[in-house]
Design a protein around this ligand. Sequence first.
Ligand code: NAD
Ligand code: 89V
Length: 343
Amino acid sequence: MAELRGALIGCGFFAVNQMHAWHDIDGASIMAICDRDPARLRIVGDQFGIERRYTDAAALFEGETLDFVDIATTVGSHRPLVEMAAAHRVPAICQKPFAPTLADAKAMVKACADAGVPLMVHENFRWQSPIQAVRAVLDCGEIGRPFFGRISFRSAYDVFSGQPYLATGKRFIIEDLGIHILDIARFLLGDVSNLTARTARVNPGISGEDVATMLMDHEGGATSMVDCSYATKLAAEPFPETLIELDGSDGTIRLAQGYQLTVTGKSGTTVSDVSPPLLSWASRPWHNIQESVVAIQKHWVDCLTTAKEPATSGADNLKTFALVEAAYAGAASRQPVRIDDLL
Ligand code: NAD
Ligand code: 89V
């Protein structure tokens, strides 16, 4: 089967991981790249040997015949770029956060549905191998029916040096990081009916919130807590590990720091190391995230070639995005928010 011809728009900090991943994946190749910043275009083009370079996305769509586009720009440009892809009938991957608002996100899903093109949000955290390992234990029924979850990401890692824009937005941790952790909660425990949230800003040098605590009712009956912080100094820095506690009718799952998975269930207790592999181009501590980029991009190729809906399709991601909106609304009002009212 012929390789899928892709283009990457946005050659910044994170896109380098996406380019490495495309290089590792069979069945798809990046034929052209685009960035409005010529310096980034040159750096990424030279690093990955891509000759076809554009500083304007409209010119890219006019100049190339594409099977898909991978949009790795920051959130402000996501809607116009996804709508441009839809107008050219080009399937699109869009980085998270999907859009500035839920209304924009809904419009993007509609544009792609109307054009009949697949749309996947690059929501990669659920593709991390330790998270997949937790889901596999749940799926095999070892702990019975889950009734409680805590999905936790607490760190003091300096994310601002690599991504300076994170310090300047009115919204920070829920929109940038909480979105991943809320998606993991949905992935493990199902869709959410109600959410209550509290936020705080501890670091005086940033504009948004850097601490968020969320309590959720899942439609299947479980209750979960999602807690995120970039203001938590620990003896051993866990970035970027997501820690998980799940209690079920027949046992428990604990994903602890250091990628240690402990399962106590119907067949006793097992302890295993579910550390992600360190890919040749990856670097600690980011290797966990970097490996998940390969996994989600492989999933996209598989979905495009077999006409399957991606797990984190645009439509699916509206349900994660609604949790982000609910968290900001609920933190402001100090009231619980019904998710169905937003969707
Ligand atoms: P960045 O600012 O380093 O890179 C963005 C690039 O896009 C810049 O080079 C900019 O010039 C270019 N760009 C912006 N608008 C454009 C347009 N209209 N046309 C062409 N080029 C345009 O940002 P980043 O840190 O790489 O983040 C990019 C996205 O990736 C963000 O949405 C961020 O949230 C997301 N991200 C995801 C993960 C993850 O694990 N999924 C991790 C980090 C960042
Ligand atoms: O995954 C992300 O979106 C990153 C980080 C892990 C630093 O929050 O921005």
